[in-house]
Design a protein around this ligand. Structure first.
Ligand SMILES: Cc1cc2nc3c(=O)[nH]c(=O)nc-3n(C[C@H](O)[C@H](O)[C@H](O)COP(=O)(O)OP(=O)(O)OC[C@H]3O[C@@H](n4cnc5c(N)ncnc54)[C@H](O)[C@@H]3O)c2cc1C
Ligand code: FES
Length: 1190
């Protein structure tokens, strides 16, 4: 949080900002408060750190950001509304929690708090007003420390005095940059004329990005943020004049105030700007980003420029001695209507695909257009006005004819070449028509023509969690910033930093590597290439089919060729970027190409029963399921410390796989594994991304660290570039079915885009095959899986490990059968479900099979039948908005399918003071594994959790550990912990018997003095069956889609968790774009969108099945890490259901293809109508697309 005395507003303002975009020089006169400054575990927690107790912190890597966003909000407004709270988090991301617990916890600060669950019964309690919400909270809000604004840190008086003094010019000189902060406009103009090449910077939200990612350097920067004229706001008769350095937050505040005070006809444009600001970045960006910066960037997707242009706003520019005015004059008219629209992949905090401002003025008292100005972003290199269309519409009446003329003319005028940057060409073209149609309807409504309002679904209900889990053991430290992640380990005295040198070509021979220029970068110490590896350069987690460092050939963009070590990370990265590699390029294979790209042989041909049934779908039906980036909040990080003798090395790593890291590092260093210790304290998320791909980075760092400690934490773009993600899958299937909907036979083939090495792809495709029938009993099944080798970074484990892809294909054929038979999909699904005792295609009998029970309960809780009727009624009444409903089962097999991995170890020490140090083979990545293991030990030993401590996971305490993966870690490690505790209990038993009234400490001490071993290890392995057991679930979702833009909203869902939100991202939002040359285009949160706060379903309910024991795992443990991810498929199929309704309006029926994710583009294109027909896609093969599907 930044606080400063605002010289123009004359008060202290507090802003949350993004640290990575805030130049240190811009902070002169500012007080900066970070999370460690507001409360600590040892002293006193700040009330906002209650997020820990509200279970809003899992891996904890996002938690300091959440805490500071809330803290800043409360500093500005101690009694915020829920809307204020939701707005404060627009710029924060979390990959673990699914956001609900964070919002639930912070609701307790809101003016109108959520239901108290009866605790506050009495004065003003909701219960007194017939509220029936049960007491279901997992914590007691009355125990939270209340907020007391008088106890906050004060703004330093020295800074207040400084801020009140007349401004002075300031200069800061760095290694390569001169930063000047002029104090007056004249000074600024003089400086600009003296340094014509200088760059003006206000919020740095535009300038900062290319400096970081494109290595751009501006030797002179002028910072005019404190110049009085550039911060002024003047109200005039024509409108409001804003200085160019006014922030977007200020713009919003001033306009909101004006809308409240001025007559409606004068505020049409203000309201449109406010609407754009609502979806403009997040709060942290709007707090610093200025109006001038947005205009001057002239971005094709600027959200404000189309509005300013359509409103004919006046722009004043100045240079030394001259003043210019551009554009027309903004005026408000009676009979004027103005709208702004923005369509982006994600609604909140995302850049636009198409954005626009639309302005129409009618002849007085009529519907005849007098003036019209349309302005579009996203349709050309700059914002454009379709002048011909605007001209054509003048004099026309606002009716269907005008709509038709406008659409035909826009379709002609708003063209884009098929290879246009950003892709989605037909969609963007269609959007210009669709958005105009929305404007048409809005204006028609205001012209008092009949139009129906669309109901908004009711507000969220409270959660229905069963049980009261204990707080994540590290949550408090995570909320105070005291939790130590890998990169928080203090620097060693002679430590160096490492940056990777990566390939820019997808498939090429390396001809030469020139480090000449890189050597001249200050602080550079050494380079590491393949020849420097003392042991073996060959590596791989399951198959040795890749190299640590590419030697002669590169096989993907991002292939690691070498590394630079230098005194700082900045120097290492700067040097790495100027290493010149020359290549002899070969043709890359990027996409799954069924006929040519399958050069890794079929992994499995997998048949059940006879295969003699005539299959009815011909040719094959297909679904493509896109890949997914893990987007753990903590990127990969390793610190390697040589011990100086016998080849010993200690590695601190953010990894799910300590033992594999140890083994492969030892292999590369040419030493036995017993010289390498791998230590993992905690990870800021893993999700499978650190199961194997973390090892390459650790190995490179270890090779570089043979003489001095070396550290590397990847930047987000580097991490996304080199590590790979979830496998894109192509599923092709034939299904044999009866007209009743009963399915008899299935033939399915999976093609997985494996990338440039096998990694774990074999097991992933195998798991897809194990899940190919999802929860359905299909008598005749044939399945085949292929790993397709391509020139992409190797794809790898990701929550679900191929299972979600397998089940997604299953639901695709299920949906096709329902549509082909004309039977409601829930009926077809229900009739094909397995029953207790049925055999799976791999001959495993289903025991304790609860899907039928889950199904009925889900139908009941969701009120499915009533909803179905309401959805149908809604769809009858609405042409351009449709709702869809879907119910989907999940059956997820629990075990590693590589049988040898189903083992775990634990080591338990009891010390003489009675405290217990517990170590086990699993790693903590936010899932709360350590918390659960402490619970197991606590119950097993019969002592409180507070006596038990887990410090870390390390290879010198528990050896030969399996990766923490497959959702099986609690089951496996829990049993190992339990077994170790049992051994210790047996040893203590005689002392308990001797002294039954004694305490735990008494027994421990007696045993110690009796020379009893108070350390024990435990071991566990489980059966060799395909799966130890299955985890079941059923999810129901209702969605609403905007048929004109493709925007979707999840109205209601019967499940949630972090995994569910990750599934929601996978199936509806997250899209990786690769260029045809194999370069990843989506390398950061700006381009790659994971679900944000605003994507949580409007209404959510979760219900855990009661009375469903599990005798296959410790204390009835049931895996919940991976299965809920697939529950989000119900959102996808609800969207498909809504699209089906939209298509029926155009006379289309029967099965249709919908690939995953169901993005707004895909939804819009699937809702075929007269607008889509006007914007057909270009013929494939006639152009080079901007991005290809992989
Ligand atoms: C995470 C993120 C999300 C974003 N989301 C959106 C979005 O939703 N919609 C959108 O439209 N944009 C978005 N942007 C882009 C950016 O935030 C805006 O364009 C912002 O208004 C730029 O203002 P700034 O003060 O930060 O500009 P700066 O980065 O400081 O400057 C930008 C450019 O303007 C020039 N400039 C600045 N002030 C002046 C001046 N007074 N006179 C002359 N030239 C000047 C600079 O020299 C520079 O070339 C986003 C950016 C980020 C990082
Ligand atoms: S707890 Fe939010 S990213 Fe892990």
């Amino acid at each position: 949080m930044i606080s400063k005395f605002h010289p123009h507003l004359k008060c202290i303002v507090h802003h949350a900002v993004n640290a990575c975009l805030a130049p240190v020089c811009s902070l002169h006169h500012c007080a900066v408060i970070t999370v460690d400054g507001i409360g600590t575990v040892a002293s006193r927690l700040h009330p906002v750190q209650r997020i820990a107790k509200a279970h809003g912190s899992q891996c904890g890597f996002c938690t300091p950001g959440m805490v500071m966003s809330m803290y800043t909000l409360l500093r500005n407004n101690p009694e915020p509304s829920m809307v204020d709270i939701e707005e404060a988090f627009q710029g924060n991301l979390c990959r673990c929690t699914g956001y609900r617990p964070i919002l639930e916890g912070y609701k307790t600060f809101a003016k109108k708090s959520a239901c108290c669950g009866g605790r506050g019964r009495g004065k003003g309690c909701c219960m007194a007003n017939n509220c029936n919400e049960e007491d279901i909270s997992m914590y007691d809000p009355s125990k939270f420390i209340p907020l007391d604004p008088t106890q906050e840190v004060i703004f330093p008086p020295e800074l207040l005095n400084l801020g009140k003094q007349p401004p002075r010019q300031m200069k800061f000189k760095g290694e390569r940059v001169l930063w000047i902060q002029p104090s007056t406009l004249t000074e600024l103009l003089d400086l600009k004329s003296h340094y014509p090449e200088s760059k003006l910077v206000v919020g740095n939200t535009e300038v900062g990005m290319p400096m970081k990612f494109k290595n751009l350097l501006y030797p002179v920067i002028l910072a005019p943020a404190y110049i009085s004229e550039l911060n002024s706001v003047q109200h005039t008769k024509q409108g409001i004049v804003f200085g160019a350095a006014c922030t977007l937050t200020l713009l919003g505040e001033v306009l909101r105030d004006a809308v409240a005070k001025l007559p409606t006809y004068q505020t049409e444009v203000f309201k449109a700007i406010l609407e754009q600001l609502r979806w403009f970045a997040g709060k942290q960006i709007r707090n610093v980003a200025a109006i001038g910066g947005n205009i001057m960037t002239a971005s094709p997707i600027s959200d404000l420029n189309p509005v300013f242009m359509a409103a004919a706003c006046k722009l004043t520019t100045m240079s030394k001695g001259t003043v210019h005015f551009f554009l027309g004059r903004s005026c408000a008219f009676i009979g004027q209507y103005f709208s702004a629209f923005k369509q982006s992949p994600r609604q909140e905090d995302d850049i636009a695909i198409v954005t626009c401002g639309m302005n129409v003025v009618f002849k007085e008292g009529s519907n005849i257009v007098e003036k019209i100005l349309l302005s579009f972003g996203g349709m050309a290199p700059t914002t454009v006005i379709p002048k011909t269309t605007c001209k054509k519409l003048i004099g026309s009446a606002w009716n269907e004819k005008l709509l038709e003329d406008a659409c035909a003319s826009l379709a002609e005028e708003m063209v884009l070449p098929p290879s246009a940057p950003g892709g989605m060409v037909p969609y963007r073209r269609t959007l210009t028509l669709s958005l105009f149609f929305k404007f048409y309807l809005t204006v028609k409504h205001y012209l008092a023509v009949d139009l129906q309002h669309e109901a908004v679904p009711p507000g969220q209900s409270s959660e229905d969690f069963v049980g009261r889990p204990i707080m994540h053991l590290s949550a408090l430290k995570q909320a105070t910033g005291e939790a130590v992640y890998c990169d928080d380990i203090p620097c060693y005295e002679n430590e160096l930093h490492l940056a990777l040198i990566t390939s820019t070509k997808a498939h090429a021979h390396i001809l030469s590597i020139d480090t000449g220029e890189a050597m001249t970068v200050p602080g550079v110490v050494a380079f590491v290439f393949a020849k420097d590896i003392p042991g073996s350069n060959i590596t791989g987690p399951a198959f040795y089919d890749e190299s640590v460092l590419a030697e002669k050939m590169v096989t993907c963009v991002g292939h690691i060729v070498g590394a630079v070590v230098a005194d700082t990370q900045a120097h290492a990265q700067r040097a790495a970027k100027v290493v010149k590699i020359t290549y002899d390029e070969l043709k890359p294979i990027i996409s799954i190409q069924v006929s040519t790209a399958v050069f890794m042989k079929s992994v499995e041909l997998y048949e059940k029963y006879v295969n003699q049934i005539r299959l009815t779908f011909n040719p094959y039906c297909e679904i493509h399921i896109g890949g997914q980036e893990h987007f753990y909040l903590e990127t990969n990080c390793t610190v390697a410390v040589p011990k100086g003798e016998d080849g010993e090395m200690e590695l601190f790593v953010s990894t799910q796989t300590a033992s594999k890291t140890q083994a492969l590092v030892a292999k590369a260093l040419g030493v036995p594994a017993n010289r390498i210790v791998c230590r993992v304290k905690r990870m800021g998320g893993g999700f499978g991304g650190k199961e194997s791909r973390s090892i390459i980075l650790s190995t490179v760092v270890a090779v570089a660290a043979m003489k001095r400690p070396v550290r590397c934490m990847l930047d987000r773009d580097e991490d996304m570039l080199v590590t790979g993600g979830r496998h894109p899958f192509l599923g092709r299937y034939k299904v044999g079915y009866m007209t009743s909907g009963k399915i008899i036979a299935l033939d399915v083939t999976f093609y997985a885009n494996a990338g440039n090495s096998k990694d774990l792809s074999f097991s992933i495709v195998e798991r897809a095959l194990f899940h190919m029938e999802n929860s359905y009993n299909i008598p005749h099944v044939c399945g085949t899986g292929y790993m397709c080798k391509t020139n992409l970074p190797s794809n790898t484990a990701f929550r679900g490990f191929g299972g979600p892809q397998g089940m997604m294909v299953a639901e695709s054929w299920m949906s096709d059968v329902a549509l082909a038979c004309g039977i409601p999909s829930y009926e077809v699904r229900r009739m094909n479900l397995y029953n207790e005792g049925d055999l799976t295609p791999f001959n495993q009998r289903l025991e304790q099979f609860t899907i039928g029970k889950c199904w009925e309960e889900c139908l009941d809780i969701s009120n499915y039948m009533k909803r179905q009727g309401a959805v149908e009624e809604f769809n009858r009444q609405h042409r351009w908005t449709k709702r869809g409903l879907s119910i989907i089962p999940t059956k997820f097999g629990i075990s590693f399918t590589s049988v040898f991995l189903n083992q775990a170890g634990a080591l338990v020490h009891i010390y003489t003071d009675g405290s217990v140090l517990l170590t086990h083979g699993g790693t903590e990545m936010g899932q709360g594994l350590h918390t659960k293991m402490v619970q197991v030990a606590s119950r097993a030993l019969g002592i409180p959790c507070s006596k038990i401590f887990i410090s870390e996971t390390s290879t010198n305490t528990v050896a030969n550990t399996s990766p923490t993966a497959a959702s099986a870690s609690s089951d496996l490690n829990g049993m190992a912990v339990y077994n170790a505790c049992q051994t210790l209990l047996q040893r203590l038993e005689p002392y308990k018997v001797k002294n039954p009234k004694g305490s735990w400490e008494d027994w421990v001490n007696a045993a110690y003095f009796d020379r009893v071993n108070l350390s024990a290890n435990g071991f566990y392995n489980n059966s060799g069956r395909a799966f130890n057991y299955f985890s079941y679930g059923v999810s129901c979702s209702e969605v609403e889609i905007d048929c004109l833009t493709g925007r979707q909203k999840v109205c209601s869902d019967m499940w949630t968790s972090g995994a569910f939100m990750q599934g929601l991202g996978l199936f509806t939002l997250e899209e990786l774009h690769y260029s045809p040359q194999g370069s990843l285009l989506t390398r950061g949160p700006g381009m790659y969108k994971i679900p944000a706060f605003g994507d949580i379903p409007v209404e959510l309910q979760v219900s855990l099945l009661r009375d469903s024991p599990n005798d296959k795992a410790i204390f009835s443990s049931k895996v919940l890490g991976e299965p809920p991810l697939f529950m989000a498929a119900s959102v996808f199929y609800a969207i498909k259901d809504a699209i089906t309704a939209a298509r029926s309006e155009s006379g289309l029926s029967g099965p249709f293809r919908l690939d995953s994710p169901a993005t707004s583009e895909r939804i819009r294109n699937a809702c075929e109508d007269r607008f889509t027909k006007l914007c057909p896609p270009a013929e494939p093969g006639t152009y080079t697309p901007w991005a290809v599907r992989v």
